[in-house]
Design a protein around this ligand. Structure first.
Ligand SMILES: NC(=O)C1=CN([C@@H]2O[C@H](COP(=O)(O)OP(=O)(O)OC[C@H]3O[C@@H](n4cnc5c(N)ncnc54)[C@H](OP(=O)(O)O)[C@@H]3O)[C@@H](O)[C@H]2O)C=CC1
Ligand SMILES: CC(C)(CO)C(=O)C(=O)O
Length: 293
């Protein structure tokens, strides 16, 4: 496979980890950042190293690329409009590596020519500070819709492994189930995933996820009670000490992505007339956090 030119928009946890992995695979990576830094530093269980990716802050410096990976929080997609416009001029495929269920809705209005490939990331990464990222998971996996673009991405990336699926709607809601419990509960308690060792917290997580299954089904996802259990088990697969992207935001004093995770669930529940009292409560509390006011 020929070397690909890959632009990653957002040099945080996911963007930094993906940029490093693509660079290690032999691709030419440009990291498009908002807060400038000189060198990307990556921590893995094997140690700390500098990653020789090009870091830029101005869309005019980007040049043509073969792929764009968007790794901002969902609420920051609009702010990345100038980057997207620069790549859209060439019709470059845009891979939306984000949580939630709004990959197309948030990106498509900003793009006239570029196709959008939504992608779900399994694994954990943490931004320590601008330009310094910690990868918690040895293995990262991206789930994408089956089709030409998904197959092309699979041929380009080795790490993360890319898995195309025929039922992306179901897979999106499956990932959402894990995030519905893990992200708000870790952010509200300011605890890492060890918080779920507490039986009462785990019972709450199960109730939150079970509400999520009812909404997911109404949205057309093929999920049932066994999937609620598996979503919870997903916490145990993550390395000890892993937190969540929403917790890391709180630790850094930043606004959380709640409106696009719990908020998106509550909006969908209201459309279908499904009661989701635990998720409503979590949303109220998340909105009341000092970082979100
Ligand atoms: N962290 C994880 O383990 C996982 C995260 N996800 C999802 O991945 C997505 C990214 O999350 P994550 O990496 O954790 O988030 P981070 O907050 O760590 O990184 C987001 C980055 O986007 C940057 N950004 C925001 N606006 C712009 C802009 N206009 N131009 C350039 N860069 C910009 C931020 O820059 P600045 O430094 O200026 O704030 C920040 O570095 C989210 O949807 C999250 O839910 C999915 C699976 C796992
Ligand atoms: C699955 C989990 C919790 C992994 O870090 C995640 O998606 C996130 O942090 O947003």
């Amino acid at each position: 496979m020929r070397t690909q030119r890959i632009a990653v928009i957002g040099g945080g946890a996911v963007g930094g980890a993906l940029a490093a992995a693509a660079q290690d695979t032999g691709h030419e990576v440009v990291l498009c950042v908002r807060t400038p830094f000189e060198v990307l530093v990556l921590d893995t269980p094997d140690g700390r190293r500098e990653v020789p990716v090009r870091v830029i802050t101005d869309p005019a410096q980007a040049g043509p690329v073969d792929w764009v990976l968007v790794a901002t929080k969902v609420q920051d997609v609009g702010g990345a409009g100038d980057w997207l416009s620069a790549f859209d001029a060439e019709g470059t495929p845009v891979v939306a590596v984000q949580n939630g269920v709004e990959h197309h809705d948030s990106l498509a209005p900003l793009l006239a020519r570029s196709p959008v490939l939504p992608a779900l990331l399994y694994g954990g990464a943490e931004r320590v500070r601008a330009g310094h990222v910690r990868r918690h998971s040895a293995k990262l996996r991206l789930v994408v819709p089956a089709g030409t673009l998904g197959e092309r991405l699979r041929a380009v990336l080795c790490d993360p492994e890319v898995t195309p699926t025929d039922d992306f709607r179901t897979e999106t809601w499956r990932k959402m189930l894990t995030n519905l419990a893990a992200n708000p509960i870790s952010a509200l308690t300011m605890r890492r995933l060890d918080v779920f060792a507490d039986g009462e917290v785990m019972a709450l997580a199960k109730a939150v996820v079970t509400e999520g299954v009812a909404v997911a089904r109404a949205e057309g996802a093929e999920l049932g009670t066994a999937d609620a259990d598996r979503a919870i088990e997903a916490f145990e697969v993550l390395a000890p000490g892993t937190g969540t992207s929403m917790l890391y935001d709180r630790e850094a004093g930043l606004r959380t992505e709640h409106e696009h995770i719990t908020g998106a669930l509550v909006r969908a529940a209201r459309r279908h007339g499904i009661p989701v009292p635990r998720n409503e409560t979590l949303l109220t509390l998340l909105r009341a956090l000092p970082e979100n006011r």
